[in-house]
Design a protein around this ligand. Sequence first.
Ligand SMILES: *Cc1c(COP(=O)(O)O)cnc(C)c1O
Length: 236
Amino acid sequence: MSSISISDNLQTVQAALFAACREAGREPAEVSLLAVSKTCSPEQVLEAAKAGQRAFGENYLQEAADKMAAVHASAPELALEWHFIGPIQSNKTRPIAENFAWVHSVDREKIAVRLSEQRPAGLPPLNICLQINISGEASKSGATPAEAVELARKIAGLPGVRLRGLMAVPEHTDDVAEQHAAFRQLRELKDAIQSHGIALDTLSMGMSADMPVAIAEGSTMVRIGTAIFGKRSYAK
Ligand SMILES: *Cc1c(COP(=O)(O)O)cnc(C)c1O
């Protein structure tokens, strides 16, 4: 891991993001880069931040809290934007509401209501994406596409949170046509929700292995871990 330059990787990912936008006839400014820093050290986050990265995604609450504190302690001047992208237990919503700018993994009304109630009044609204289980895998979290419109309607009316869009982690496949189909399904679901008068501006889709496909299908935020920080090691 130590031979990998995070700064070089970030440049490579940015170049790939630009190329994918050009290919798709889109403006690079329409697609933001979320650096997924789960399992990374505070030093790795600081290295990415030094290279200009500002938005970071975390999956595990305790790990995120420790990392945010360590990063803040060594560089209090850095204004980083933290996104929670992992599964949410309903008894763990308060620290999310208090410490994050975005949550991508809201999949039921109960979670959204708790985040709404627990968002501190002094902070801007918590940006929320609904996580959708596009591939219909029983093991994966996410609301079903059929539930999405009703759920979006309920969340859009809550104070303290702002519904921004949809997020998905499609079932892994090396078949590019299947990747397109899954991302297209999420985009069409966003369009369907918007046709009910609910404004959405975010499609959180695309990871290290399928970023260009997600951008071709309209992604506005790609969540990239491995391509920036290297292969994750879960042995801690
Ligand atoms: C880990 C993770 C990512 C990043 O995946 P990579 O393949 O490492 O780019 C993106 N989104 C979610 C929800 C994740 O859990």
